[in-house]
Structures are given as C-alpha cells and as structure tokens.
Ligand binder design. Structure first.
Ligand code: NOJ
Length: 548
C-alpha cells in the first residue's frame, strides 16, 4: 500500500481518544459535563495529536449503566446539551482535523425504552418481536454470565408480558432481537442518522452478543452477512466511516468478525488479546507473553486493523489469562479485593498500578503504541490520572477529568456535592498534583511525553500499514518489534525491566536499511556489521527509523 492510500483508510493509523462527555468538562456549572464544555477543551486534544474522538454514549438514558442503557437513539441526553450544541462540537472538532465516532449500543436498549415498554405490555404490539421472549426460562451455564455476582441469570421474568426476556448484560438492558427485520431496519436508520450529522463511524458495543442467533427456526438471518451488509451500508452513506468493534474473544474468533479474506465486516477490532498479554508482560517484566500474543495475532485484510489500548472505561479484564496468570497480575497490580471486579479484572488505572513510577508508565504507553495497529487513549491517561476507588464498580476509572489545580480540578464550577461523580481524592493523584494545565506548561511532564509519543506515532504509518516481526532478544526483559512498509523500517525496543542494559540484535539486512535515526527515547544507538546495539535505561524505550 502506498502513502497516498493511507488517508482513505485513515482509521488504521488514527490516534483514538475515548471520552465520556459527562465527566470531561462541565460548561454550564450544573456538575455534569456537556458538549459546550467539551468543545472548549478541543484544543487540548488537538495539541495531544488526537485524530479521532470516540464518544461514550451521550443519548437519553436512565443512566443505570452510565449511558449504555439508551431510551432514545435519535437524541442527546438533555443534561449533556442540545442537538445544536452537538453539531457545533462536531464542526469544531472537524475544523481541527479531528473525526468523531460514537458508541453504537444496539445489542440492547434500556428497559425504559418505549419499544420495550410497548413490547412487554401488548402481545399484538408491533414491538413485541423486537426483544427476545421465552415462556420458559432457558437453561444456561453460569459461566456465560457477564456480571457474575451482580446478575444471577441472563433471563428475567416480566410479569406484564408473562414471559422471560433475554438480557446479556444487566436485567435493565433487554436484548434487541436482530433476527427481526424491523430491528435491523431501525439500526440502519440510527447509523444513517448519525452519519448524516457528520459522525465518522461507530465503536460497536458487544458485537458477539449483537450477532448472537437465538431462534431455532431459520428465518434466513445470517449474522455475518448482516454485519457485511451493515458495513456496505455505512460506506455507501459515508465512504470513510468506520466500524470499530468490541469483540472480546480469542483471536481466531475475533478474526471472524472482520469477515473472510476480503475483510468486509468490521473495519477494526479492539485487541483484547494483546491487551491482556501486555498486562502480564508489564506485571512480570517479561516480553514472553507479547511474543506469544503476536505469534497468534491473525492476519487481516489490507483495509482492516487492530486498535490497541492499555486501559479502557471498564475493568481491566484479564479473562483470557489462565487462573494462575490472572492471580499473578492481581498480586502485582491490585492485591486488595476492593481493586478487583467480577473475579476477572481490575478497576484501576495505570499510574497507581505501576506504583507511581513514571518511567515505567512511559514505557507502558510506548509499548502499546509500538503494537501493529492504532492506539486508543482513555481520557486522563495523557496526564497520568488515577482511579477513585470510592466510586463503585467499574465507574472508579471514570472520575472527572483533571484540568487544573482548582476546585473540582477545573471540571465544573458547581459545588463538590453537586458533581455527577467525585474527583480523585488521593492526595498523590488529586488535581492539585495531577492536572493538564500544569503539565502543559512543563516540558518534562508526562503530558509532554505523551504528546511526543502520539505525534511520533502519527508520523509512523509503518506501524499500522506494514508487516511486523518480533526481533529475538537474548534478554527476556526486552521486547523488540520491527515494522517494514514502503521502503521504511521502524524498530521499537522497550525495556520491561527496571535495570539499565545495552542490548544487541541481529539485523542481517542492516546495511541496506540505511542509517538508523532514533526518533523516540534516550541512549546510544549504533549499527555495525549487521548488529544493532541500543542502550536502554531501566524501563527505557527507543524507536529507531531507517529510511532506505
Ligand atoms: C460494553 C461496555 O464497554 C460496557 O461499559 C457496558 O456495560 C456493556 N458493553 C453493555 O453495554
């Protein structure tokens, strides 16, 4: 693929930034973030090098699952603003060269959605078949529960309907029945609506559940054909729109959601497999899990890509690790049971898990940004924000953004008790210590490092467009990956260990690659007789560019 095509498939080399409007910036002093506030903060994202903002759900919702329970797919939650303010925000983001995608949550609605209310109330309602109803409670395997300890079953009795309904998530989130043609038509209308307003695509929530086929009688619904149709539809409406899927399955199963060889289903998937390999590798200070993970990463079609992240808005799910590995990560990153969730994950952010060690934190983000795919940053990661464990469950990592050393961290002018969610209170990580304004003024800050990292990452399309190969290293603590594309080569080397070291790796074609030019990190680099030698500090990192 040559460089002129990279902008057509912009998603492959994008810098994604996930945020929740509700906790980003309050523009009217009511304690809840909104689109007016977010619009005022766009320059921060622009400066960071963000090229695509991913908005968590902003639709009307009773907010029993932080907006992932929707009551109207064609509107804005009035607490967050008006449709006019949304469009202003979109325009201002586009004006700065940033695209916007949004969560598409159509596996389920809120129980309060008028469709569900009609469906349960009247057997002859046109919405009756929009949900999955059963007279008898189907048998189920406890291991299939998404929220063990919080939900006992994926089927709940509805007295009004006199039937059980399916909900893969909370009982207040009944699953839509995509096998019903009218539901699929409605989903098209929803995506068409937001594309028309200017979104550049969607982060598709819970894709495997969305495509799940529940009926025994074959009504001609073929889940993957439908996903293919959906991609074709959005790209007819908007040639550059992207579907970024949440598919937390093992690699071979995730691969199926990209479509067959032509890759005509999801354009991208969040890479949960490599994410969990990173957790184990960082916890152990050992590159082994990454080498193993990359060996199993399936090949994708040319236009498709992976999206890599360290932490996201949910618990750090470690469900793909073995029980022993998971316990190992728990012991290092979250030994206290109150830091753990559902027996499979951690409700913490990176800085606290890494004991506040900034060198290690930089290493972790450089490692993530070196993986073949596009990086995804969760708001606050760029300033090293911590979690607030006083906020229940997964919401601990969704505290308000810390903008300055001011009341409520500059998030809102409301009184602290009016805030939608409390700010981080741990004095080591509270806004007085960790905030965007101070770090923007300090060239040695973590924010400056992240800005440099992400700017560099944008300049290195070989990471997402090229072929990658893991470079064998004699030291288990050192991870090295090579990306080759279009006459360019980039080598990223990361020291997962605390000890400084000088490492050497064989580059038999080194002479032909051209002069090595270090573009990230510190320490000597030399190439002699097919041997690349690199000095690394403890938790050091280097990106080396060769332009043949
Ligand atoms: C995945 C989202 O990331 C999570 O926050 C949400 O609770 C479920 N899907 C249900 O929508």
């Amino acid at each position: 693929m040559d460089i002129s095509r990279t902008s057509d498939v912009w998603w492959k080399n994008a810098i994604f930034y996930c945020l929740d409007v509700e906790t980003f910036q309050d523009g009217n002093g009511d304690g809840v973030g909104d689109f007016v506030g977010l619009t005022r903060r766009l320059d921060h994202l622009d400066r960071l090098g963000v090229s695509c903002i991913w908005l968590m759900p902003f639709y009307p919702s009773p907010n029993q699952d932080d907006g992932y329970d929707i009551t109207d797919y064609y509107a804005i939650d009035p607490r967050l603003g008006t449709m006019g303010e949304f469009v202003e925000f979109l325009r201002a983001a586009n004006d700065r060269g940033m695209r916007v995608i949004a969560d598409l949550v159509v596996n389920h609605t809120s129980r309060e959605h008028p469709w569900f209310q009609s469906s349960r109330s009247d057997p002859s309602s046109p919405y009756r078949d929009w949900y999955v109803w059963r007279d008898e409670k189907p048998e189920e395997d406890a291991s299939s529960l998404v929220f063990p300890g919080e939900e006992e079953s994926s089927w709940t009795w509805d007295a009004k309907a006199g039937k059980y309904y399916l909900h893969r998530f909370y009982s207040h989130q009944p699953d839509l029945n995509v096998e019903h043609g009218a539901v699929r038509d409605e989903i098209r209308r929803i995506v068409g609506f937001w594309l028309q307003l200017g979104l550049s695509g969607f982060r598709v929530d819970a894709v495997p559940f969305l495509l799940e086929q529940m009926s025994t009688d074959d009504k001609g619904f073929a889940p993957h054909r439908w996903l293919r149709d959906l991609r074709a539809f959005i790209n007819r409406r908007s040639g550059d729109a992207v579907l970024l899927g949440e598919v937390n399955l093992d690699y071979p199963d995730v691969r199926r959601f990209f479509g067959d060889e032509d890759g005509d289903e999801l354009h991208m998937c969040l890479d949960f497999n490599l994410n969990q390999a990173m957790a184990l590798a960082i916890a152990r200070g050992d590159s082994g899990p990454l080498v193993h993970g990359l060996r199993h990463m399936p090949e994708l079609a040319e236009d498709d890509g992976w999206a890599h992240f360290l932490r996201n808005h949910d618990e750090w799910s470690l469900d793909k690790l073995t029980e022993a590995e998971r316990q190992e990560v728990f012991a290092v990153f979250g030994p206290d049971p109150e830091m753990q969730l559902f027996g499979r994950g951690l409700r913490r952010r990176m800085p606290t898990m890494l004991g506040g060690d900034e060198a290690r934190l930089r290493m972790a983000y450089a490692l993530m940004a070196s993986m073949p795919g596009a990086p995804v940053i969760f708001y606050g990661e760029e300033i090293g924000m911590a979690e607030n464990l006083e906020i229940p469950g997964r919401l601990a990592v969704r505290a308000p953004m810390q903008w300055e050393n001011a009341p409520n961290g500059g998030f809102s002018s409301a009184s602290a008790d009016q805030l939608h969610r409390p700010v981080v209170s741990d004095p080591k990580y509270a806004p007085a210590k960790v905030n965007a304004a101070d770090q923007q003024d300090d060239a040695g800050s973590f924010f400056h490092f992240m800005e440099r990292l992400l700017r560099r990452r944008r300049e290195c399309p070989e990471i997402s467009f090229g072929r990658h190969s893991v470079l064998p290293m004699t030291e288990a603590e050192v991870f090295a990956i090579r990306h080759d594309w279009d006459d360019r080569t980039l080598i990223a080397i990361v020291n997962l260990g605390a000890e400084a070291r000088t490492v050497t790796c064989a580059l038999p074609d080194g002479a032909a690659l051209g002069k090595p030019r270090p573009i990230l990190g510190d320490g000597e680099v030399s190439l002699k007789k097919g041997q690349l030698t690199v000095e690394l500090e403890g938790y050091g990192l280097r990106w080396i560019r060769f332009e043949g």
